[in-house]
Write a protein that binds this ligand. Sequence first.
Ligand SMILES: [Zn+2]
Length: 246
Amino acid sequence: MSLMSKAKILPLIYGGTSKAVKRPYACEIVRCKRKTLALYIKQQKVVVRCPLRATKAEVEEFITSNHAWIEGRLCEESLREKQALRVEKGAKIFYRARERTIVFKEGRKQRVMVVGDDFIIQGHQLTSAKAKIQVEDFLIDKASEYILPRARGLARHLGVEHKITEIKLRKTKSKWGHCTSTGVLQYNWMIMLAPYSIIDYMITHEVCHLLHMDHSQRFWNRVESICPDCDHYINWLKEHEHRLWF
Ligand SMILES: [Zn+2]
């Protein structure tokens, strides 16, 4: 049995009477076998994990002393939620690091065009659902044109092309790329919304796993030798990736 199944969960509403807090938030208190108190925020929910013996006062004091942090994280999360990509007429799309407006255009021929600040989706009697499929097809096409030859080319340059058994393009829940010990390279085609420098970093990262199957210093040295600004790209992804998922 896991420890969690024994955990006691008490909901608490915080900040309702405090002036320091902008709005009340629900706090879930999870008591479990641990030594220290910890805070987590996920999907606008605040969770405090605390030792079985922690007193109510201790838990409240812990939450109060972390109000500023909680507020900051809740604001950040709600901003991210607002910025999440929705393929709808008039919505904003963050394409190649530039915010553009989604425009629906009536036409028999299905196509996607990026013209200046407009991300134009053309199709017959477009709905959001149809437009989403068109954007997906557009990105998959771009990914097969760009990622597949570049990943093979880099692998050839590094002398590891023979290790590739397959290169897959697929939408995954939380990853941009993956490399298995059997030589399957996998890329999330949604990365095609990002600038080319970021896509190149992702290509490099997975191909370098053909040489080092871990995230050791040797692995990072290799990545950096090909992609010297990789730190910058990793940070860019951390900051913006929530705008590329849909
Ligand atoms: Zn990796």
